[in-house]
Design a binder for this molecule. Sequence first.
Ligand code: ZN
Length: 243
Amino acid sequence: MTEDLFDKTICLLQESCNGVALTGAGVSTESGIPDFHGKNGLWSRFDPIEYGTLGAFIADPEKVWRMLAGLLDVVDAKPNKGHKALATLEQQGLLTGIITQNIDSLHQKGGSKNVVEFHGSLGTFSCLSCGDSYDLAFVHDNSLPPRCSSCGAILKPDIVFYDERIPDTVLTQTEQMLASADLLLVAGTSCRVQPAAHIPFTVLNRGGKIIEINKEPALKHIAAVILKGNFSTVMEKLAERLA
Ligand SMILES: [Zn+2]
């Protein structure tokens, strides 16, 4: 990474009026959360069709909770320096918000305020039978699988399973955040999973610029600048330069 690329990135951030970040698994790997789609990731151990769909959950929630039980570690992870640096950009007024595909709530723990959780969150749980909601403390305090206190049904985490649509409220929040976005900082995501994969093109088609921070860049043809490397290393350097 040359200094020129950092200068160009800082220039783009400072020139933009409404910068938004789009993040994925790569921003959390340094917090000890392996990419679910990676070599040692969740989906190499559990078949996504058998364990990662709402259909599978409805058919056999106890079975799906065998996968979810291992995932609960995710919510005990700590934000890394990259999460904190991204929050600093928001505080400095260089970013207005974050759209994340992660379900670990680490952006909020790192200090970010305006976060859209595109694929939901592992921090809250719902009863599909009666609609009651529960927090993580309730799940930690009870044996797995957790059951609804009102009706006894097994609770579902508020994450978006593979066969589920992104909730309308989330799509609306996303659209509102992107409506005036003139810059998109893409980090830790190869932008392969739809419909989130469309977001860079939405910004681009409206005349916005793309900054990409990835170990393996995926947006070479559309990014105005690419900072190749680990998320936290790159972000820390960027934050130092902006301090
Ligand atoms: Zn219930």
